[in-house]
Structures are given as C-alpha cells and as structure tokens.
Design a protein around this ligand. Structure first.
Ligand code: ADE
Length: 368
C-alpha cells in the first residue's frame, strides 16, 4: 500500500490508463531496449527468428548452468505437487547467458502462459496495474531489465508480489479512497543484468535468486554442436573449438558466430564449416582468437599506451575512448576480468601481463 502523498497522486493515474489497455499492452510488448553497440549484440530480424529456433525448449536441451537447473526443477516440482504457483524468481547475469530462455523453460514446466514485458516499457504505475489486472491464474509475468523499473512502478509490485493485491485510489484530494483488487495467483520472473541496481525492497521479495555465470568452454562447444545440427550445418571439431574460444563464454555470442560462419560458408560455396572458414569469419568480424572485439582491444591498448598500463580510473578510460562509463564497466570489463586481462584495484584498472602478450606489446616494469 503506497503510503506517501506523492504516491497517492501517482495512483490516481491508474484509473485513467485502464481505458488504454489494448494499445498500451502492444507498446509494452514491442518496446525495444537500448543495446550496447558491439557487432555481435545487434542481430538482424533473421537472426532473431533463428535465435528462437535455437532456444532450448526442455531441461534436457538446456546445456550448462547445472546448479541453477537443479534448483529450479526442485522449486517447480514442489509447486506443481502442492498445486500452487512457484515463488517469484529473479535471474541476473550478463546479457546472452540465457535468462529469458530459463524463464520460458519455467513457464513450460509449470504449463503456464507467460506474459513478457520489460522494466523500461512500464513507464507509469497504471501500465503495470493494467498488466497485473489482466493476469490469469497461474500466469508467469516476465519482466526483463527489471533494474530499469521506476520506483513508483515498483511500489505497485510490492503488494502484488506479497499478497496478490492491487491497490487503486479512486477520486482526488480529501475524498480519495483506496480500493484493493485481488490478483490471481501468479509468478513474477524478473531478469536483470544489474542486480546491484535493484532496490532492496524489490530484491527481498523474490523467493529465489539465481546468478547466471559465464559458461565453460566445453558447454559452449556442446551448444555450438547442437545449434549446428539444428541448422543442418556440418562443423569440424576444430572449427567448433575455434568458435567456442571466441564466444565470450556466452551462448548468444556462440550462436551468432555460428550464423556468421554459415553466411561465409554459403557465400564462398564451402561444403562445411572447417577450421579455416571459422578463422576467416572471425578475421572479417575483427574478433580475435579469444573473442576480443575492437572495443575490448581499444580499452586494453588505451590503458597500456596512454596510462602506462594503469592503474587508471574507469572514468578516465571511458572518456579516452569516448564511451559511457557504464558500458565500459558493465559490458566490456566483465569479460576482460574473466580472462584475467585486467584487474580492478583501489587505484583503478590495471592491465595484467597476459594482455601485453596477447596484444604483442612489451610489459613495462611494474611494482605491483
Ligand atoms: N542456446 C542458447 N543457450 C543455450 C543453452 N544453455 N543450451 C543449449 N542451447 C542454447
């Protein structure tokens, strides 16, 4: 129940927007999110259709994240045997690691239908109130990029998550009164790349929270083999290894690389994906053997060439390469850290000896 006068004013919007429901929902579903500008993260429409085909639709098809799968299965089986909906679930981790895929698997296992929206698409409290009041019993509501929900909207979520209530204020000023509507049992599945930006009251209302980590190389190889077989492509074991090493331990990237390799194969009339074709595709995309793109290499060479290898603050790095601090910190750095190419210190970012070797530069003598 919203307590402050501010939230009272905002609640009054709910009544107005309920009449806008059909168009509003369409907008909710179609709103595209701003994506970082790297080659592999922006797919074509064809890519998106193929991505849907490649998406695993059963637990057996879903490779990797074993511990998460095991825990989810228990939660789901227990909910089904009690005849209840599952607790609300939160998935967080880097883009492309399979948060949406997991949400869809949960819906399938629960035999529920899933309504999909995203944090930035829900602009007003009324948008969310309309979505919640249209849920059917057992539905899964999937909110992607949940860290971009605004605080007023979050306030509508709390009572909905906790006691399946939607509080609506009717009227204005002194005559205003609150009515509470019951919402049918539902499960909120939220996904975010930035769990640190979720408010504590929201985070604490999930019954289970799962952090999706980077995949290991053999899981990525298995994903590439599975995708190649679905797409009817023959790929040599050496080619699979080359693509896996360049996939940033991320299934979405692995599948994109495979698709680009398929393009190359078709254009140059090659019968199958050989190691040579895989290497050629990476070369054209300017992706190196360990999956670094131009921007990753720019970050490393900037720290080395302009700042003597560091330590240097992330703001300074971002300004030097004309990029958002947030993008440097949350999109590029996690993979560089995972590979051990950089280190975060209290004084700033420090390039590790491995990065010098990889870029063919001479390590400077360092005290650290
Ligand atoms: N495609 C994307 N993610 C996958 C996964 N985890 N397992 C199998 N195929 C996938």
């Amino acid at each position: 129940m919203p307590g402050s006068e501010n939230s009272t004013a905002a609640w009054q919007q709910i009544i107005k927007v309920e009449f806008l429901l059909p168009g509003m929902q369409e907008k909710t579903m179609n709103n595209k999110e701003k994506e970082p500008k790297t080659i592999l993260k922006n797919g074509t429409e064809e890519d998106q259709t193929i991505d849907t085909i490649l998406r695993p639709t059963s637990w057996d098809d879903y490779i990797g994240q074993k511990n998460i799968k095991r825990n989810l299965k228990i939660i789901i089986d227990a909910a089904i045997s009690r005849g209840e909906v599952s607790d609300h679930l939160l998935f967080y981790g880097q883009a492309g690691l399979g948060k949406t895929t997991l949400a869809k698997l949960v819906a399938k296992e629960m035999r529920s239908s899933m309504k999909i929206t995203s944090g930035p698409a829900i602009e007003k409290m009324g948008d969310l109130a309309a979505i919640l009041s249209n849920l059917e019993s057992g539905d899964i509501l999937f909110i992607d990029e949940a860290h971009r929900l605004n605080r007023m909207v979050e306030e509508v979520l709390y009572p909905a998550m906790e006691s399946r209530k939607l509080h609506i204020i009717i009227g204005k000023g002194a005559g205003a009164r609150t009515i509470s509507l019951d919402i049918p049992p539902f499960t909120l599945v939220a996904a975010t790349t930035r769990a640190d930006l979720l408010s504590e009251p929201l985070r604490s209302r999930f019954g289970a929270t799962f952090r999706l980590d980077y995949y290991n190389e053999s899981d990525i190889e298995a994903i590439i083999k599975r995708s190649a077989s679905i797409l009817g492509i023959e790929a040599s074991p050496e080619a699979v290894k080359v693509l896996a090493k360049a996939s940033r331990f991320t299934p979405r990237v692995a599948n994109r690389l495979l698709k680009r390799t398929r393009d190359y194969m078709e254009v140059y009339k090659e019968p199958k994906v050989s190691e040579k074709i895989a290497l050629k595709t990476l070369e054209i995309l300017e992706i190196d053997a360990i999956g670094l793109e131009a921007h990753d290499r720019l970050i490393l060479s900037t720290i080395i060439d302009k700042f003597g290898g560091g330590p240097v603050g992330v703001n300074t790095i971002a300004a030097s390469i004309n990029e958002d601090r947030g993008i440097v910190e949350n999109v590029y750095e996690p993979y560089l850290l995972r590979l051990g190419l950089i280190r975060r210190t209290t004084g700033g970012r420090l390039v590790e000896p491995l990065a010098y070797t990889h870029l063919g530069k001479k390590p400077k003598d360092r005290l650290l």
